[in-house]
Design a protein around this ligand. Structure first.
Ligand code: SGN
Ligand code: CA
Length: 712
């Protein structure tokens, strides 16, 4: 078979043993089927240079040990220059292999990043745009393709994609976020609880699977740690770390958000205001405090009770004295922020110490099995980055560097140069193509990413990407980060907050302002840069086929959690890829107002609801929702305090026909009523509601068709 200037023989039809020496990988490519030759095609298209190492890696069918953690920022890895911790085992991967300097996610959230890794697709194309979506496990995924190509496949630990894992011979995953102590695992045979700390247990499950492998077939092991995700509960043996002294604070701990767009001031992820005392900062509540617990703090007792008495004792010993001192000193203002930062970052880093030890255990297993080791590529990565007090924050979601960056290290001694650094911009869309390329499986043309194999060989293809695309959707959810999409090049970053009430841009010159403290979007000196980036952004949206985030004009000046709006004559088709998404028009109405519309679910989407919404004042705080909960076939009213259900009635409905809903708001009687299909429900409204200031449509995780809203 001849392609370009290189001849590659192929014809090996049996998968090669991972335990055998990777036979003469320089001369001959072991390929699964003669028709599946990838290297020459890549060479012909210029994706690959003639790097001997690169030719050796494509189709070399290594075992892949993929260690993947949750929320581990690159700047908490010493190989990436961490100022606050040491990660000797992860660093060893860099010392013996490659470190990717500029690896990014496409949507800094757990489920979306995982769905991207499985599919090689950005969120809009794999359908998993926000946590709480349900992954469509029937689509083509990298583990399935590897399985078809003769790989043994396994997944242990955090999954977070709601549907059952597909493409794995063996899996044991945490339900949802999972628990740190004595966690439950979902298995093919139901749920089991295992005593211990989740990081150790996940590692042990992976090691046990390695022990039981079929030595004749290559394997993919996905060992996915829950740590260091919130609420940062380290294993007992790590509680003693960082006891003495303070860790350095990030320079932007007291960021005031001046010079950034307005959504940045509206988030709820500040160390100062949003870290909770009990759940996050592990100070147990007093009896008095226990009477008024709010938000995540309500879960502290549950977490505590999950622990065994021995584990509780270890926790008490670790934190009691510090907690007493905190109660006694009762720091305020910046002192309290500093105290919270120290408590938070230390527990976060203690969790990472456990993850690093897990990487060490897997390396030790390989060291003890040299025949496997010589055919095994070990990878460490995490689903997104995280704010380690940077900008005063914890959590992720934003397109700013700290959460956009994902750590990525790959070690395969003898095949990847030790100490190799990759400077090109890579992304989580590239993981699946890379694994497939290594396995000699053709990369489906539909995948958005590209194989990183040429970069591993130290040869930069001339056509490597000059920009990455990003799109974050989970607007109306925990931490309240506005939806946005954007583009990053090696020097600049352009971000668009597209919900109409924001409709604003940020532009950062990363060379002059690496901490992204001052947007230059409106600086005339940057007008040409901004224009070029806007063009590049449109091109990327077209290239990846992303038409989400195009929100149907200015008829609804307030929107949240809406992914797409289609407007056809009198019909508004609203895709709210979010719990409680809404679009509102503004106005002023007193007395009694009746709203009438029909609502109908669009087939093929997860069914949740269609609502008429009305607000008095700030919609985020005062919003009544009345309409049909499609899933449960009920007429319901929610709010105005949060999304709490305040009235409900079952309806006779076939689950698909358009339903007319009539909602009346009587501000004199302080009452909201909803009627549909002969049923009528009502609920009180606060006296503070003197006038309506906005109204419109709402939906949750649904695509819903509404007729024009009549306002009478
Ligand atoms: C939970 C956390 C949030 C976190 C999300 C998403 N709250 O909701 O702080 O942003 O997960 O994290 S908690 O009270 O449950 O800890 S992700 O990694 O799964 O995307
Ligand atoms: Ca995560």
């Amino acid at each position: 078979m001849v392609a370009g200037d290189c001849t590659v023989e192929s014809g090996i039809t049996e998968p090669e043993s991972p335990f055998a020496q990777c036979a003469s990988f320089v001369k001959v490519q072991p390929m699964l089927r003669p028709t599946l030759v990838l290297v020459p095609c890549l060479l012909a298209t210029g994706l690959l240079t003639s790097g001997v190492l690169a030719q050796g890696l494509s189709g070399s069918r290594p075992n892949i040990v993929f260690v993947f953690s949750d929320d581990h920022a690159a700047h908490a890895i010493s190989a990436y220059g961490s100022r606050i911790n040491q990660t000797p085992n992860i660093d060893r991967l860099a010392a013996t292999g490659a470190l990717f300097r500029n690896n990014f996610c496409g949507n800094a959230l757990c489920g979306p990043s995982r769905a991207t890794i499985l599919t090689g697709l950005h969120s809009h194309a794999n359908g998993f745009m926000r946590n709480g979506n349900v992954f469509d496990g029937s689509q083509t995924t990298m583990p399935k393709l590897l399985q078809d190509a003769g790989y043994q496949t396994a997944m242990f630990g955090k999954w977070h994609l709601e549907s059952e894992p597909t493409g794995f011979d063996q899996w044991m995953v945490l339900p949802g976020q999972g628990q740190y102590y004595n966690p439950d695992f979902l298995t093919k045979d139901g749920k089991i609880r295992i005593e211990g700390h989740v990081t150790d247990i996940t590692t042990d499950l992976a090691l046990k699977w390695l022990d039981e492998l079929d030595p004749k077939k290559p394997f993919l092991l996905m060992c996915q740690q829950k740590a260091p995700h919130r609420s940062w509960m380290p294993a007992p043996e790590d509680l003693a770390l960082y006891r003495d002294g303070d860790l350095p604070e990030p320079p932007t701990l007291f960021d005031d958000y001046a010079g950034r767009a307005e959504p940045v001031t509206r988030q709820e992820m500040e160390i100062a205001r949003h870290l909770t005392l009990h759940y996050d900062l592990v100070v147990p509540p007093t009896d008095e405090e226990r009477k008024h617990l709010e938000g995540p703090d309500r879960d502290w007792d549950y977490l505590w009770k999950r622990m065994t008495p021995a584990q509780q004792k270890q926790w008490d010993e670790a934190f009691h004295a510090e907690n007493e001192a905190f109660r006694r000193d009762n720091p305020q203002g910046r002192d309290r922020v500093r105290w919270a930062y120290q408590r938070y970052i230390k527990n976060y880093l203690r969790c990472i110490a456990g993850v690093d030890r897990s990487v060490g255990k897997l390396q030790a297993w390989l060291d003890a099995h040299p025949d496997v080791k010589k055919n095994t590529l070990v990878i460490y990565a995490s689903d997104q980055g995280f704010y380690l007090g940077d900008h005063g924050w914890f959590d992720k979601r934003w397109m700013y560097e700290e959460s956009l960056r994902m750590p990525l290290l790959m070690s395969w001694p003898g095949h990847v140069d030790a100490g190799h650094e990759v400077a090109q911009m890579t992304q989580n869309i590239d993981f699946a193509p890379t694994f497939l390329d290594l396995a000699g499986v053709p990369v489906p043309a539909s995948m958005h990413g590209r194989s990183l194999v040429p970069l591993l060989a130290g040869k930069a293809p001339e056509t490597w990407r000059d920009a990455i695309y990003y799109h974050y959707y989970e607007s109306q959810a925990t931490h309240m980060v506005a939806s946005h999409y954007g583009v990053r090049t090696d020097r600049y970053k352009l971000i668009y907050y597209y919900e109409p009430q924001w409709n604003c841009w940020e532009l950062f010159d990363l060379q002059k302002d690496p901490q992204e403290m001052r947007s230059v979007a409106d600086d005339p000196a940057y007008a040409p840069v901004r224009a070029a980036l806007q063009k590049r952004l449109s091109e990327l949206r077209a290239q990846y086929g992303d038409d989400t985030g195009a929100l149907g004009g200015s008829t609804f000046p307030i929107q949240a959690g809406i992914t797409k709006v289609l407007h056809d004559g009198d019909v508004w088709q609203v895709y709210a890829n979010c719990v409680g998404g809404y679009l509102l028009q503004t106005g002023e109405r007193t007395g009694t107002t009746t709203f009438v519309t029909t609502m109908q679910p669009v087939a093929g989407r997860p069914l949740q609801n269609g609502f008429v919404l009305a607000s008095s004042g700030e919609p985020r705080e005062n919003l009544v929702r009345a309409g049909i909960e499609f899933r449960t076939k009920r007429l319901v009213i929610q709010g105005p305090a949060g999304m709490r259900e305040v009235a409900k009635a079952a309806i006779e409905w076939d689950g698909s026909a358009a339903v007319e809903v009539r909602v009346t708001i009587d501000l004199a009687a302080h009452r909201v009523t909803a009627e549909a299909l002969g049923k009528r429900i009502e609920a009180p409204l606060p006296e503070s509601w003197q006038s309506l200031t906005a109204w419109g449509y709402g939906a949750s995780n649904a695509e819903t068709r509404f007729s024009a809203l009549q306002v009478r």
